[in-house]
Ligand binder design. Structure first.
Ligand SMILES: [Zn+2]
Length: 50
């Protein structure tokens, strides 16, 4: 089916965050939740806890 709409580039809602690990300003493509640590893309893989 042709319902896949993949835009590898294009507008995406980015949210400004401050990385809880390295302290850098970063942007994440998801909405950060209050009280939860958010990480930049470099630190994110280190903190994946699923
Ligand atoms: Zn970081």
């Amino acid at each position: 089916m042709g319902f896949e709409r993949r835009r590898s580039f294009g507008p995406r809602t980015m949210h400004k965050i401050k990385c809880s690990d390295c302290g850098k300003d970063a942007e994440v493509p998801f909405e950060p939740k209050d009280g939860r640590p958010v990480y930049c893309r470099e630190c994110f893989p280190k903190h994946r806890t699923y």
